[in-house]
Ligand binder design. Structure first.
Ligand code: HXC
Length: 517
């Protein structure tokens, strides 16, 4: 064997050792729990054969608590780059088989290297998280490492898309870094996010809580809103990330990706003409409007389980991806409340960062009143959605399908918040409030004097609805650009988006705005 052959063999051996992470036994234990290794996840995420790895031989430098005896090539994270559907992405996957994927100073250096490259080269960064947080044996060095990652998360925010998937029990910095990214997918089993686990919770607050209750995927997807998606399996979470990437540009200087479609732009959908029920109090499914107008009925929803009274997600119109925000009359009559405002505001801001036009479908009876909402800051939180639409300079196309009442009218991408094209269906009711509430405010004193107050109020309500609860008042002012036939909505939205495709709008020079947080 020549010297170079020996060296090559040595290299191959080292590579094999690095690929085993914390060893076969730990890999088997992970598999037994239905979890994948970091490398297996990366292989599923990236196009076959496209992965180029960095820092495979990097090791930690810690000598505390006998750590010099626990040295693993690659030190608990696999990093590099590859492609998803032919487009460049940077990736890191924490390896739970190495000291629980805990973060050392050197592990942080590896992650920071790919983050720096992602920012410089304008490509998304995907974090596959499975980590117990800062490596306890390293102390301040691990904390410094996390802080370096947080700083880069913030610098990358709005420059390149950042997507996180959570596969194992993630704690401490392993949840704060994903929290700074744009989207988080979790897995229904084995994937948890919490500041610290149930044992520490018990010792600090004496609270008995299971890992599921404290930080499970369903909880975060439906209660806290931390997660955008709760996948059935790790494989499905990765498929979600791949599909999400197909809707977003590589960076903030690029336009949205184009996906050719055979769905005709002028396709009519007759069922939309009869979607709105005769009774204003009857609900219907706003998702029908979305799936019946987007290309091939393909709608990719985010935060589906959280605040379902508003729908957010991506679709395509004539091949171009758009963000869609829509009130959902099926839940709480589509009312705006704290959670739905926060959900929509964050989504609109993501779209605005990355030049993704937003189509807004409006059917909203107003903001939810009451002490619960007020005590929790509906004023401050409701202002977020207002702020997000008002600052957004992307193309904004709005369709009012039914109710657009009061402040909620103003908020939902109205003309006055630089809505570019605002359409209404003939069923639209654009007014300060609904007929029943309006006549109670305006005529309750006169009604008391009437022979039959109920008849008197019913007549007044009819008069109010004829005068106010229609789209023509707003159309006469030019606040609504046209009243459109529901069946032609797809065509009209596509025409509007095409007309707006070179839109340029700016905000005044400033360091940054001060969105109410
Ligand atoms: C060093 C760690 C570790 C950590 C886990 N391990 N977390 N080693 N530092 N933070 C090691 C374990 O010792 C164990 O090693 C192996 O990883 C697997 O861990 P287990 O506990 O056996 O696994 P499991 O039962 O699945 O529990 C996983 C866990 C738990 C829920 C993550 O390990 C845990 O609670 N870890 C601590 C979490 C935490 O409080 N982190 C916060 C750090 S502070 P062996 O060799 O025995 O197999 C932080 C601050 C950042 O991150 C700044 C925020 C702003």
């Amino acid at each position: 064997m020549s010297l170079i052959e020996k060296k090559l063999e040595d290299l191959m051996q080292k590579r094999t050792e690095a690929r085993l992470g914390g060893g076969q036994e730990r890999i088997d234990a992970l598999h037994a729990k239905g979890r994948l290794t970091a490398r297996e996840r990366i292989n599923l995420l990236l196009d076959e054969g496209s992965f180029e790895e960095f820092d495979m031989f990097k090791t930690h430098r810690c000598h505390n608590f006998g750590m010099q005896e626990k040295v693993f090539l690659g030190d608990g994270v696999v990093t590099g780059y590859g492609t998803v559907a032919g487009r460049l992405v940077y990736v890191y996957g924490q390896d739970f088989t190495v000291l629980g994927g805990s973060l050392s100073e050197t592990l942080a250096e590896k992650v920071c290297k790919v983050m720096d490259l992602a920012i410089k080269n304008g490509a998304p960064i995907i974090g596959l998280n499975d980590s117990g947080g800062a490596r306890i044996q390293e102390g301040i060095e691990a904390l410094a490492g996390y802080s370096e990652i947080f700083q880069r998360n913030v610098m990358a925010s709005g420059v390149v898309p950042q997507i996180s998937a959570i596969f194992g029990p993630c704690a401490g910095g392993a949840v704060y870094s994903p929290a700074l990214t744009d989207f988080i997918a979790m897995v229904k089993t084995n994937s948890y996010m919490f500041l610290t686990g149930p044992k520490v919770v018990k010792s600090v607050t004496h609270e008995d809580v299971t890992v599921e209750e404290l930080g499970g995927a369903d909880m975060h997807a439906s209660v806290s809103g931390v997660a955008d998606y709760a996948a059935e399996s790790g494989v499905e979470a990765i498929a979600y990330v791949r599909k999400l990437l197909s809707f977003v540009p590589q960076n903030n200087m690029e336009n949205v990706p184009l996906l050719a479609t055979t769905d005709p732009p002028d396709r009519r959908d007759e069922s939309l003409n009869s979607l709105i029920p005769d009774s204003a109090n009857e609900a219907y499914d706003m998702k029908e409007v979305i799936v019946r107008t987007v290309d091939d009925g393909d709608f990719f929803e985010v935060k589906e389980q959280f605040a379902p009274n508003i729908i957010t997600g991506f679709g395509r119109y004539n091949g171009h991806s758009v963000g869609i925000v829509a009130n959902q009359p099926l839940h709480l009559s589509g009312v705006l409340d704290i959670n739905s405002s926060i959900k929509a505001a964050r989504f609109v801001r993501f779209c605005d960062c990355f030049n993704i036009p937003v189509v807004t479908l409006v059917d909203v009876p107003g903001f939810l009143p009451g002490t619960n909402q007020e005590y929790n800051g509906v004023i401050r939180n409701g202002a977020k959605i207002l702020y997000a639409y008002a600052e957004a300079t992307i193309p904004k196309v709005t369709v009012v399908t039914r109710k657009a009442y009061g402040g909620a009218y103003c908020v939902m991408s109205s003309k006055h918040l630089r809505g570019d094209i605002n359409y209404a269906w003939p069923s639209a009711e654009i007014a300060v409030m609904g007929g029943k509430s309006a006549v109670e405010v305006l005529y309750s004193r006169e009604a008391r004097k009437a022979d039959d107050p109920a008849v008197f109020l019913a007549e007044k309500e009819k008069e109010y609805c004829q005068t106010m609860a229609n789209p023509f008042v707003a159309a006469r002012r030019g606040y609504i650009d046209d009243i459109i036939e529901p069946a032609r909505s797809r065509f009209r939205i596509i025409k509007a988006l095409e007309m707006l495709k070179n839109k340029r709008d700016t905000n005044p020079m400033k360091k940054h705005g001060n969105i109410p947080l």
